[in-house]
Design a protein around this ligand. Structure first.
Ligand code: ZN
Length: 400
């Protein structure tokens, strides 16, 4: 029996106040068994208040008022939303409508909505293709690079929007940002540091290596095409053995000699590379410098990196290689940072990849709000610790 009437508030002290007044039938969706829905037929007691002549119905902890889908099912929907699957599929498996799934997505996703009042000391930023109706279809992802936690998802990635977003934080707050990690193509490179006066910019080491490998490979293709009709055998060698040119020099095998169908007699991997690069003087020089730079990055010797770049000015290089070297010289400071800090863009790029998966699992999203909620649910249900993932500096890591 209720203790008081929910309409007029009078206490239930005797049968002169509140009495039983029939029942109300309702059906509650409890869950599913072997993909079949399980319903609970519930008879809810109805009460009549003698003072105000109005009735109230007993409430159940199984569902919210006026709902017939149990809270347990709603909880399962949220758990399922964190996995890579379409919302239609979740709806089918749990015997609810797609609208119900979307409603849960919105309610729960809005609760997760990050409203950062503080900025992390180590910020990582990357952009991703989101939905059509945001400007240029690109959105922006901010993460804490030390703890790998999501900071925020920004709808727009234009300079104006980002500036307005970051200027909401006080200068004090922005001053304590120590590093910003971004990839090489980042359009933020030039204007973001101005908002964070104390921040070091870090360019992902992987992207530098990738750039170097790409220019070396591009030049190999140019040489290859030039030799196509004059030296067809060398053309084939350059075409088939492309991987060897990109292989780290210290990983090349120079002790085991084998027969190879493209070469006469016995030859080692090192021998093949030596043969390939002597085909063109500039290829040999590019090969040498590109590998020296990559080795300097791998062993984190910034001094060697810088001197190699300086030395490259003395020689003639193919146009694209020269441009790449010039780019690297202009990023020298960022590269030095990337060799000091262990931070890389890996975690944001991993998350961007995850976002791609989410988009694909739902056959694309049209609504930015829905996509955003889905990303928040699937990332935040999994990561709850706020501890740094690894030491920040390479020197600290070596000491461990
Ligand atoms: Zn009443």
């Amino acid at each position: 029996m209720p203790q008081a009437c929910s309409h007029c508030g009078c206490l239930n002290q005797s049968t002169h106040d509140i009495i039983r007044n029939g029942t109300m039938n309702s059906v509650v969706l409890l869950g599913q068994y072997n993909f079949q829905p399980v319903y609970l037929k519930l008879k809810k007691q109805r009460y009549l208040c003698k003072h105000c002549r109005r009735t109230t119905v007993a409430i159940t902890p199984l569902t919210r008022r006026h709902c017939f889908i149990s809270n347990a099912v709603k909880y399962v929907i949220i758990k399922e939303l964190a996995q890579m699957q379409s919302m239609t599929l979740i709806a089918q498996h749990l015997n609810v409508s797609t609208t119900t799934v979307i409603r849960q997505l919105k309610t729960y996703g809005d609760n997760l909505n990050p409203k950062p009042s503080r900025l992390p000391s180590h910020l990582a930023i990357d952009e991703f293709k989101s939905v059509k109706n945001v400007p240029r279809a690109m959105s922006c992802l901010l993460m804490d690079n030390a703890t790998h936690q999501m900071v925020d998802i920004l709808e727009d990635r234009t300079q104006r929007y980002l500036r307005a977003y970051f200027l909401r934080f006080s200068l004090e707050e922005r001053r304590q940002v120590k590093t910003i990690t971004m990839d090489r193509y980042s359009p933020y490179r030039d204007f973001l540091p101005r908002l964070f006066p104390n921040a070091h910019v870090i360019i992902d080491r992987f992207h530098i290596v990738q750039l170097l490998n790409r220019v070396l490979n591009a030049y190999r293709i140019r040489v290859m095409n030039r030799l196509r009709y004059t030296q067809p055998r060398d053309y084939t060698k350059l075409k088939r053995l492309w991987k060897l040119l990109l292989k780290p020099r210290e990983a090349l095998d120079f002790t085991h000699y084998h027969t190879h169908r493209l070469f006469d007699g016995l030859i080692s991997e090192k021998g093949m590379v030596d043969y390939l690069i002597q085909l063109d003087a500039q290829l040999a020089r590019t090969y040498d410098f590109v590998h020296r730079l990559i080795e300097a990055i791998r062993y984190r010797r910034f001094q060697a990196f810088e001197t190699t770049l300086m030395e490259s000015k003395k020689y003639v290089f193919p146009h694209k290689v020269r441009t790449a070297f010039r780019t690297l010289t202009s990023y020298a400071l960022d590269i030095e940072n990337s060799l000091t800090y262990t931070l890389s863009n890996g975690v944001v790029e991993g998350t961007v990849n995850k976002i791609k998966m989410i988009k694909r699992s739902g056959y694309g999203y049209r609504n930015y709000g829905h996509l955003r909620c889905r990303i928040l649910i699937s990332t935040q249900l999994q990561q709850l610790n706020a501890e740094p993932v690894r030491p920040l500096y390479f020197c600290d890591e070596a000491a461990l």
